[in-house]
Design a protein around this ligand. Sequence first.
Ligand code: 13P
Length: 267
Amino acid sequence: MATVNTSGGRTPLIAGNWKMNLDHLQAVAFVQKLHWTLKDAKHEDGSVEVAIFPPFTDLRTVQTLLDADKIPFGLGAQDVSTKDSGAYTGEISGAFLSKLDCRYVIIGHSERREYHAESDDVVAAKVKAALAHGLVPVICVGETADDLEKHGASAVPVAQLKAALQHVPASADVVVAYEPVWAIGSGQAATAEQAQEVCATLRQAIATELDDEAAARTRVLYGGSVKAANIAGFMRQPDVDGALVGGASLLVDEFSSIIRYQKHVGV
Ligand code: 13P
């Protein structure tokens, strides 16, 4: 197996997946408050990239605010259609997201896999559509508690990642998020060592499916009950390049403290 250089100079990414929370008015108040909090803490220095993933109906409003106030947060959507346009009621094209200056799109979140029966093939088609529209897919993979018991931690996430990368060229910019389903919203995060082990295995899978350079460059995040109290442990791991945060990304103080993990990484 190829040995991947993990020192790759990857910029840490702290991403907030709001799921179906905060309408467009609440979004404005939240983003302004988060920006002021980080600015007061002199934390908008580019050492950590911050991205937020509001509901579709908030995107235009948040885009306008980020632009007007020069707030350096990346913007992302929570899903994208496999189709470019046409008679697909309720779907959102990657073309529309690019026009809203979205940089990222979450694809294959376990809640979409579970509640919307998204298969690995649908996830792969969405990744392809995202790349075709210049979006960076944040590819979510993770095992259920049952998978963990039957197959161990890495087997299902690696199989999901390989399937998701089937149409991806080695030069593509993608982000991978390891989110064990049993850790999402449960308050029971993986340990930093568990996260490191699976993230390292996922990086090896990127080397196998794409190439070593892609594996060294690609950011692999951990997600699942991340909070201010446990982020430092994850960020100390060589193969964990950031976090995909759900519930804690809806609380300004908690999320800003997660973003400022460098302040407590040595603690
Ligand atoms: P929680 O941080 O609420 O566990 O959610 C994680 C997640 O699903 C992010 O996509």
